[in-house]
Structure formats: C-alpha cells, structure tokens
Design a protein around this ligand. Structure first.
Ligand code: ATP
Ligand code: MG
Length: 422
C-alpha cells in the first residue's frame, strides 16, 4: 500500500474549515495593510537559494530538495519564499513601484528535516515582504501584520522575541567578538558547532547542543556591538512597539537561521503550544536584493507556518466557522420523478442553495437516512402522487414535520428557510 511520503501529509476535508478560516484571515489582513499577493514558482535555480539563504545555514547545508531535471538544470523546491520573491522583484523591475512595495504569498515550502510534531518536509507558509524603505515604521508595519492576524485568529498570550543582528558595518565586529569568546571553549564544542564557529559563528547562539548552553549566557550580545545607525533603528522600533502596546522581549540569542538578516530580527511565540512555539519569524534583509543582482533595496518580512498556526488553534480550543454545506436533499421516488428531481436540484443550486440529489433509486427510508447523515435541513420528496398534483413534500429533518408545497414555489419556499451557500 502506498503512503504519503515521510514528512508530508494530506490535508483532508475534515481540516478544511481551519485552512479556509486561516487563509481567509491572511488575505483579509493583507488587504488592510495594502499587501499585494505574488505567487512565484515552487522551484527555482538552486544557486538562487544558495546565494540568497547562504551557505552554513541549515537550509542550504542539509534541508534542500535539490535535483537535476531532465534537461540537466540544477533546481530546488523552494525551502523559503524570500529568495524567489526577491528574484521576481528584480526580474520585473518592481523597484520603480511606489515604496514600500508590499507583497505576500501563501503556498507550500519544502525542507528535508527530521519529521516530528509541527515539523514537516512539505509545509505551508504565509509570507510577507515590504521592500524599499529603511524607516523602522516599516518594521513595525510588518510586525503588526503578524500581530493583527494572530490576534484576529484568537490567539492569547502572544509575545514578540526581538533582536538586532547589526549590519554590514557593525556585524563583523560582533562576529569577531563571538569568535574570540567561543575560541576559548572550542574543545567543548561538537563537530557541528565547531563548523559553525568557522563558517557562521552567529548560528552558535541558537545551538541546541546541551554542552553549549552554559556558554551562551555569558556570550557577547549583538546589541552591545551595534553601530549608531543600527542602534537608532532599534530604538525607533522599540518606541513604536511601546506606542502600540505590543509586548515584546529582547532576546539576544535570536539570530534566525538565514544569513541575509540585518538589523531587526523577530519571532512570535504563542503561549502554551509546547516546544514548537514559534509560529512566525522574520526580519530585515537590507543587503539581499543587491546580493541577488538587483538595485540596492532594503526590505523586511516574515514567514508564518500555517500547519503550526492550525495546530496551536486546535490546542487553544479555537474553532473556525463551519464551511457551507448543502442544506437540502431532493429524493425522487420512482423513475418518473427522476428528471423533475434533477431539474429541481439544478434550480436550487442556481439559486445559491446547496442541494444533493439522492442517487440510486433507493427506498424512502434509506434516502432519509442518508439525508440525516449528510446533515441537510430539509428533504424534498417527489413521488408519483406529488408529481400528479404539481406539489412536493418537504420534510424538516430536525422535527420530522412534513409539509406539502407547490412544485413551482419550492425554490422560494426553501430560500426563505435555509442559509444560502455563498
Ligand atoms: P524552526 O526554528 O522551528 O526550525 P525556522 O527558523 O526554520 O523555524 P523559518 O524559516 O523562519 O523557520 O520559517 C517560518 C515559520 O515556518 C516558522 O516559524 C514555523 O512556523 C514554520 N516552519 C518552519 N519549518 C517548518 C517545518 N519543517 N514544518 C512546519 N512548519 C515549519
Ligand atoms: Mg528550521
């Protein structure tokens, strides 16, 4: 028997109400912020991600689904949105648009990770980017998208984890301070962390190795190494966050996995959802567009894991609005009633009333049973007697009351009683 590939999952109809609810809120909140939707292809040239995400990151080193296609091109299933969105921004000359250029995307992401609860190999993200502005008010705008969305979804106990990782000017000094610090303890580091120390020392700050944890407390903080520009930027953002009363914690260990971040980095942690508590993470990437061959363009964005959002909504007992379902079944009894029944179902649907036809010419009893299972509010029964008299019998499924209604008035009769599907 075939099974879904490890780390992937089917999104079954039973979960659809959550997906619809969450993605509809994503579109609605995006519209409030003037974000415009962009869809980029699911695969891109491998080198785009190597360059954009950066060597020495978990994504590039271990997690990419890379392959050569039949034409010999090196391609990769997108392990994140930003690099592809930046590629599209450059390719379509979007830097000439009014700034900031605000873009969002929703779609699948692929990472070869060790599957576990809340961690999959195919998962979905809501991704937001705002390009072309250095103003820390844009950082606030981006963070507010996440804040407003999660709040509207019903989250309580949200907290931003905030840090600044500096810029091209001040990060080298911080990097050197980190290397100095960790060099003294190199013998305590495992292979992975020693490699990080050589290639990407900032990554040591989010090392999960138990041996490294005691070293982290005394490690230098990036905030103490910021240049004036970065310090002013962070102070500006903190002022705005305070003005809006958005709670946050300065977390000096927050560096985020990707190379391209500059200045602001943040995650949103939701209370009480266990170890995979980060539902969203992002930050500023002022050098990325240029790194990918475009004009110098600052930018900031975040990505939110949709599966993780839905899992935590469930854990918090938040239920989405039910999806529209057919409210009427039409049950023909006997051959003569079949065509009128088919026409009636068609008329009901055209009037935006969801309707099911009882198939297969079964007994009335069995048709009513399936109507109950389908959860419809009314069953329209059409038999020979009804046809002869130009009427139909309508059964209220909850009360089992039956009423005779003129056949040509039945759509209006039902329209007055059931919720329309759209
Ligand atoms: P983590 O530290 O959990 O690995 P990350 O820093 O790799 O997260 P990002 O690359 O910032 O995550 O992705 C943004 C969001 O996407 C995360 O906050 C999370 O909600 C979600 N996410 C990341 N990886 C996975 C995954 N393998 N399965 C499901 N959701 C994921
Ligand atoms: Mg990760």
């Amino acid at each position: 028997m075939y099974q879904a590939v490890k780390g992937t999952q089917d999104i079954l109809p039973a979960d659809r109400a959550y997906w619809r609810y969450v993605t509809e809120q994503m579109h609605a909140v995006s519209a409030l912020f003037g974000l415009q939707q962009i869809d980029t292809p699911i695969f891109e040239e491998t080198s785009l991600f190597v360059r954009g995400v950066g060597e020495g990151t978990d994504i590039v080193d271990k997690e990419m689904y890379s392959f050569q296609d039949k034409g010999g091109d090196d391609l990769t299933l997108r392990p994140e949105f930003t690099a592809g969105v930046m590629r599209a921004f450059i390719e379509h000359g979007m830097h000439v648009l009014p700034r900031p250029v605000k873009l969002y995307s929703i779609g699948p992401i692929f990472r070869h990770e060790a599957p576990q609860a809340g961690r999959y190999r195919q998962f979905h993200q809501f991704n937001v980017e705002m390009l072309g502005e250095m103003d820390p008010a844009v950082d606030l705008d981006v963070m507010s998208v996440a804040w407003m969305l999660l709040t509207r979804l019903g989250y309580r106990g949200l907290n931003f984890q905030l840090n600044s990782t500096g810029c091209r000017k001040c990060r080298p000094g911080y990097r050197a301070a980190l290397v100095d610090y960790f060099k003294a303890y190199e013998d305590r580091l495992g292979d992975v962390d020693r490699r990080r120390l050589a290639i990407n020392p900032l990554r040591l700050l989010d090392s999960k190795e138990p041996a490294v944890q005691p070293l982290l407390d005394a490690a230098p903080h990036s905030a103490d190494h910021l240049c004036d520009e970065c310090a002013t930027h962070l102070a500006g953002l903190r002022g705005y966050l305070a003005a809006l009363g958005m709670p946050y914690t300065i977390n000096f260990r927050l560096v985020r996995g990707l190379d391209y971040y500059t200045k602001t980095v943040f995650e949103v942690w939701a209370e009480g959802i266990g170890s995979q508590s980060a539902v969203c993470g992002g930050g500023r990437y002022d050098g990325l567009v240029e790194e990918l061959g475009g004009p110098p363009t600052p930018g900031i964005g975040f990505a939110m894991g949709i599966e993780r959002v839905i899992a935590s909504l469930k854990q918090q007992g938040i239920t989405p609005p039910a999806l529209a379902e057919p409210r009427v079944q039409v049950s023909p009894l006997g051959e003569a009633a079949r065509l009128p029944a088919i026409r009636l179902v068609n008329d009901l649907r055209a009037a935006e009333i969801g309707a099911l036809l009882a198939f297969g010419g079964r007994s009335l009893k069995s048709q009513l049973k399936s109507a109950d299972k389908a959860g419809v509010a009314y069953t329209v029964i059409l038999g020979d007697t009804e046809l002869a008299n130009g009427v139909a019998v309508v059964r209220d499924m909850a009360s089992s009351q039956q009423e005779t209604v003129a056949a040509d008035g039945i759509v209006d009769w039902l329209r007055a009683r059931v919720i329309r599907n759209t």
